[in-house]
Design a protein around this ligand. Structure first.
Ligand SMILES: Cc1cc2nc3c(=O)[nH]c(=O)nc-3n(C[C@H](O)[C@H](O)[C@H](O)COP(=O)(O)OP(=O)(O)OC[C@H]3O[C@@H](n4cnc5c(N)ncnc54)[C@H](O)[C@@H]3O)c2cc1C
Length: 450
């Protein structure tokens, strides 16, 4: 009898385990939270979901005397797949007033490669605005120039891209209304505070993403290069993404970040195309983890924490551990030595040379690149500043929330947990030359870029 009971208990536990594992798998999977757009008809969001607006949309009624509406395009530089532009167009039609798109790009000294990249894509943007008979003004300047322009136009309403890196305090007196068209789940809606780590953020996204994955209303537009990169990714790279995404010698990454970070393509559009494409769940899940969870987590961080360029915003365990190692011996490189790839680490030099030559470093090596800078600096803050300087100057996808968040992740343990204590970098997760060697053919990569 007792034996029977024991067996029954055993089977009971066994089935409960299988059931919870299945449930856990279903829950711990982004694809399962999204509509199956290959079988379900996808909802077209002709009228914007109010949750995408950082203001109360129902209060926008008294516009009878309005002559001009401004849409301040400062992050999503595109006419297609852009809820903020759609909403500005909707209001201008409803109240029969003029819409002017103020394209704002902060003026700074740019390296040639970056200038050419941006110029090309801004030209396409201007063509697309003309194609849709939308008036625009292009301002390449300082943020105060927007204020001057706004005062001269005296609009009743300014619709703006949601942008955690834009200091909006200057516009406090305007009717300044932000719409998040950069994230699928709006940053101010998904979670009301800074997320502690990717796991807690993932849970929040899983709960809320489904109603936001909608199709955009159609608009005429000429495609920039990101659309052919996306096609190539879906046809040739997605099949090997999960297996080789951390191997710099395999060409499986999408290369879309310069277009995503500069708003030349919408990540919601990319997600829709990934879901429609042929491919295994494993590959799609792995790609969407980066495109949605990691990318939107970066916006969460920079939105709720204005010290996004500073070590003070990193977790206490990391700061305490770095403090304990502040007097450890280290090799110090000057910024010029780093910039010119003159260190004693030929893998690091090769990645710095790739950055200068191509405006990017492979995602896996980018972590290595930042983590070595931490080992060669007087303290973490100095390392952060050097990494930001180099990344913002040379990377085509910078400056961006992704850049600041990942630099703090690499150097300051942001969103991460403590690891084994080591000299200089303490309990921050480390990456070593030998570790890299065990993961991929380091020599092959070095030869390519040196
Ligand atoms: C030190 C350091 C600096 C970085 N700086 C930037 C930056 O300035 N701009 C930037 O966009 N990304 C940055 N990243 C994140 C990541 O390296 C790039 O997004 C990725 O390498 C871009 O290549 P891809 O588009 O081919 O990537 P894919 O692997 O094809 O990924 C698709 C998209 O997912 C998003 N993504 C991928 N990895 C990450 C990540 N770790 N965090 C957030 N989003 C991610 C990006 O939007 C990317 O375009 C940085 C990472 C590190 C470690």
């Amino acid at each position: 009898m007792s034996c029977f009971n024991h067996k029954a208990d055993y089977f009971c536990v066994f089935f409960i385990k299988i059931f919870t594992m299945k449930n856990l798998y279903t829950k711990n999977n982004l694809l399962n939270q999204l509509p199956d757009i290959t079988t379900e008809k996808i909802f077209v969001e002709n009228e914007i979901n109010p949750a995408r607006c950082a203001f109360d949309k129902s209060k926008i009624t008294a516009l009878e005397n309005t002559k001009t509406i401004i849409y301040l395009m400062n992050r999503n530089y595109r006419v297609e797949d852009n809820f903020a532009l759609n909403y500005a167009l909707e209001l201008s039609k409803k109240f029969s007033c003029r819409l002017i798109v103020l394209i704002f790009f902060e003026k700074k000294v740019l390296i040639k490669k970056k200038e050419i990249f941006l110029k090309k894509n801004f030209e396409i943007l201007k063509t697309n605005l003309k194609l849709n008979n939308i008036d625009y003004i292009f301002i390449k300047g300082k943020i105060k120039d927007i204020k001057i322009e706004l005062e001269s136009k005296n609009p009743t309403i300014v619709i703006s891209d949601f942008n955690p890196l834009l200091n909006t305090s200057l516009f406090a007196k305007c009717n300044f209304l932000e719409i998040d068209s950069f994230n699928i789940v709006p940053a101010f809606y998904v979670i009301e505070k800074q997320s502690y780590n990717a796991a807690s953020f993932r849970r929040a996204i899983y709960k809320k993403i489904n109603p936001f994955l909608t199709e955009f209303p159609k608009i005429k537009f000429k495609k920039n290069k990101s659309y052919s990169l996306l096609k190539k990714f879906l046809n040739q790279k997605l099949a090997n993404y999960a297996k080789y995404k951390n191997n710099p010698n395999y060409d499986v990454l999408s290369e879309l970040s310069p277009y995503i970070s500069n708003g030349f393509i919408s990540s919601q559009r990319i997600t829709l195309e990934v879901l429609k494409a042929k491919g295994t769940k494993e590959n799609k899940e792995s790609f969407l983890e980066e495109l949605i969870i990691r990318k939107e987590l970066a916006d969460n961080f920079c939105y709720y924490n204005k010290n996004y360029k500073n070590i003070i915003s990193c977790p206490n365990w990391a700061k305490n551990s770095l403090q304990e190692h502040k007097n450890d011996f280290r090799i110090l490189y000057k910024i010029e030595e780093l910039e010119n790839a003159k260190t004693n680490d030929n893998l690091w030099n090769a990645s710095q040379l790739q950055l200068k030559k191509e405006g990017k470093i492979h995602g896996y090596l980018r972590m290595y690149w930042a983590k070595q800078i931490a080992k060669w600096s007087i303290n973490a803050q100095e390392a952060i500043e050097k990494a930001i300087y180099l990344n913002d100057k040379y990377a085509l996808d910078a400056p961006s929330c992704n850049g600041y968040t990942n630099i703090l992740w690499s150097i300051g343990g942001l969103h991460d947990r403590p690891f084994l204590d080591r000299p200089v970098t303490g309990k921050i997760r480390t990456m070593t030359y030998n570790g890299a060697k065990s993961k991929f053919n380091v020599e092959e990569y070095i030869k390519k870029y040196t």
